[in-house]
Ligand binder design. Structure first.
Ligand code: IPD
Ligand code: CA
Ligand code: CA
Length: 255
């Protein structure tokens, strides 16, 4: 199964890489910040056609609308380009994210860092890898020495969940805060120990399905903002190396 997921993520990645920097059609979704390109749609079609052909009994939940058989035993949760704004503007930070769930448990996850050609992958109980390198979260136990990463939803102008106050408070309390633009890659960087923590409001299951497994299998902790274990449908998503988790929760609670 994992080899099949890596295979189709690689294929989608080369389609995206070939299109990077060329002219392609861009449409708005909910507002002028929320984009979809014809390449997002082509990547999604490539992956879903593969699932239909190779695993006809499986279902798909995919960002750009190609969902089907969503109550089947196996569900593929697909973000065909995570980091569409970066992709559309020519910034080479984006990924293909594919998680596979069996009876509502994620059993495999792949995040393909397209421009760096790095395949992040994990199987439940089997650890996480970037290519052949085994991943583990950082050992940093002080928020003041931590590098954090976040992202903003497309309605950030409405400041949902006081995200901007939370951003300000955590920026002050940490060594620094980054905003890369691909939540799936943010999670992989926590798994790798590059970032010590990641938080974001109003993510969608396709943003986090694969990355959640990858970070957990690398020893990371995933909760909501109150510190309760959470699933891929959570609208308040926090992950860290575990050691700085309570410090972050305490700040998120009061801001
Ligand atoms: C977005 C990215 C971004 C995050 C947004 C997501 P998209 O996904 O993951 O980092 O901040 O909340 O919607 O739209 O590029 O697939
Ligand atoms: Ca996404
Ligand atoms: Ca996307």
């Amino acid at each position: 199964m994992i080899e099949d997921i890596k295979h189709i993520a690689t294929e989608a990645g080369s389609l995206i890489r070939d299109a990077f920097g060329t002219k392609f059609k861009i449409e708005f979704k909910t507002n002028e910040s929320n984009l979809v390109t014809e390449i997002d749609k082509a990547s999604e079609k490539l992956i879903t056609d593969f699932v239909k052909k190779k695993f006809p009994s499986h279902g798909v939940l995919a960002e750009e609308g190609a969902s089907f058989n969503m109550d089947s035993e196996y569900l593929w949760v697909i973000d065909p380009i995570d980091g569409t704004t970066n992709f559309a503007h020519g910034l080479p930070i984006f990924s293909v994210s594919i998680g596979v769930r069996k009876n509502s448990n994620t059993i495999a996850g792949v995040v393909y860092d397209v421009m760096n050609d790095i395949m992040y992958a994990s199987e439940l109980g089997g650890g996480s890898y970037a290519g052949s390198e085994k991943l583990s979260v950082s050992k940093n136990d002080k928020l003041s020495r931590s590098l954090l990463v976040t992202g903003f939803p497309y309605n950030i102008a409405d400041n949902p969940e006081n995200a901007l106050e939370k951003f300000s408070a955590l920026t002050r309390a940490s060594r620094g805060m980054r905003r890369l633009g691909s939540a799936a890659l943010d999670l992989c960087y926590v798994a790798k120990g590059v970032f010590d923590g990641f938080w974001e409001v109003q993510l969608n299951p396709w943003d986090v399905c694969a990355g959640k497994l990858i970070v957990e299998e690398a020893g990371g902790v995933v909760t909501d903002f109150e510190g309760n274990r959470t699933d891929i449908y959570s609208k308040k998503f926090l992950t860290s190396n575990g050691l700085i988790h309570n410090e972050i929760v305490n700040i998120l609670k009061i801001n």
